[in-house]
Design a protein around this ligand. Structure first.
Ligand code: GDP
Length: 203
């Protein structure tokens, strides 16, 4: 995969603000601080595209990015839109505010017609959180295609990585080899994730 261009498009809090047009879209969800911004930057090869922040829970809107990529060096560039969803599980907000975000995210995940797949990002070092399990169950019930990416693999010794990945797969009800191992630090997993996204976008 070659990323031809990647740029911020817009933020949205209401459906009438969602970008229009027939461009295929992939959304990214995960608990706050899981490494979502770092993954978006690694995938697009643009360091500052999504803001990597030391203070979690800052992003309160949907953020859309326009990407153009070539599946092979000789292929024509294809468009793909990425949607960065606010991270869940951030404690320092009121219940009313959390409910508002949840409604905004659920509306998007249920109703977005150009949405081809959702990448659920989990921390490879730990069993999925309740929030991760809820997100996976919600996406399944909404009929969304789920791609699970286990990030921060670099924090595990190499000898423990395969077992950690299998633990993630088992606990989220996935088959062997379905989760994508990822590390923004080591720069691994981008090609495997792109292969999945490009295939889903082409359907
Ligand atoms: P977000 O809140 O989910 O967008 O997470 P960020 O991308 O802002 O990352 C949260 C923290 O985890 C930051 O301190 C990152 O440097 C760190 N981080 C993100 N990805 C990785 C990774 O693959 N490996 C390691 N070791 N740290 C990571």
């Amino acid at each position: 995969i070659q990323v031809v261009s990647a740029e911020f498009h817009k933020t949205a809090t209401r459906p009438d603000e969602w970008p229009r047009g027939p461009v295929p879209e992939v959304a990214f969800v995960g608990r706050s601080n899981v490494g979502k911004s770092s993954m978006l930057n690694a995938l697009t090869r643009r360091k500052g595209l999504a803001r990597v922040s030391a203070t979690p829970g800052r992003t309160r809107a949907l953020q859309f990015f326009d990407v153009s990529f070539r599946p092979t060096p000789a292929a024509r560039p294809r468009p793909l839109r990425l949607c960065d969803l606010p991270g869940y599980g951030y404690a320092k907000v009121s219940k009313a505010e959390r409910d508002r975000w949840a409604a905004m995210i659920e509306d998007y995940l249920r109703e977005r017609d150009v949405l081809r797949a959702v990448v659920l990002i989990v921390d490879a070092r730990h069993p999925p959180t309740e929030g991760d399990e809820d997100a996976a169950a919600f996406l399944q019930s909404a009929g969304r295609r789920l791609v699970v990416a286990a990030t921060k693999m670099d924090k595990l010794p190499k000898a423990r990585r395969a077992a950690a990945l299998q633990a993630v797969e088992r606990s989220l009800g996935l088959g062997r080899g379905e989760a994508v191992p990822f590390s923004a630090i080591e720069g691994t997993g981008s090609d495997a994730l792109w292969a999945r996204l490009a295939a889903l976008a082409a359907e």
